[in-house]
Design a protein around this ligand. Structure first.
Ligand code: FES
Length: 202
């Protein structure tokens, strides 16, 4: 099941930043969701950093993109990220975790589809040559794809809206990808977020 992404605008992003900055409860919840979503959990120590994670360019070039007002467990959404033509998808798992990936198969670039009724918690399936990827990790579990799916780093805001905020390369952790993006867009923020000097280095 998919829903159409909505195009972000500066007013919407500004409203999100304002909500985070103005409401300590909201900030706390956003922060927790960021930490829960990004593998390993960045050491984010201030409201400024939490707001920055959502407002900075995730990979140094792409602004955060709101991909859905909300997702229910088992629901997926297709979108373009970091560019409009970069096919990607996000899935909300049964435990509430939101994961995001490039939807371009690492074998021969067919489109990868979400199949909720396959595997133990659903699978990412490429119908061209029966490639299968683990929905929780992006790792290849069957078929000819040679590499895991590159990740799109997702967060939910306090209202449940789902955002893409950065990317990680195939086989790279979300934390490393996010640190690489922060380092490219704002090295000071990367340091404040607890990224080590060697983390996310290109
Ligand atoms: S293109 Fe996806 S398995 Fe071949």
């Amino acid at each position: 099941m998919t829903t159409e992404p909505s195009a972000p605008d500066e007013e919407e992003r500004a409203a999100l930043r304002d909500r985070i900055s103005a409401d300590s409860l909201t900030t706390r919840r956003d922060y927790l969701r960021i930490v829960a979503t990004v593998s390993g959990g960045l050491v984010v120590g201030s409201t400024v950093v939490a707001a920055g994670v959502l407002s900075r360019h995730g990979d140094g070039s792409a602004p955060p993109l709101k991909v859905a007002d909300a997702l229910t467990p088992g629901q997926a959404v297709a979108f373009g990220y970091p560019g409009e033509d970069d096919r990607a998808l996000a899935v909300k798992l049964a435990d509430g975790t939101v994961v995001g990936y490039s939807a371009i198969c690492t074998h021969l670039a067919c489109g990868v589809l979400w199949q909720q009724d396959r595997g133990t918690e659903g699978e990412l399936h490429c119908p061209c040559h029966e490639g299968v990827f683990d929905v929780r990790t992006g790792e290849v579990t069957a078929g000819p794809p040679p590499r895991p799916l590159p990740k799109v780093i997702m967060v939910e805001d306090a209202q449940g809206a789902v955002w893409a905020i950065g990317t990680a390369r195939s086989g790279e952790s979300e934390r490393s990808g996010l640190c690489r993006g922060l380092r490219a867009s704002d090295p000071a923020l990367a340091g404040a977020a607890g990224c080590r000097a060697d983390e996310g280095a290109s």
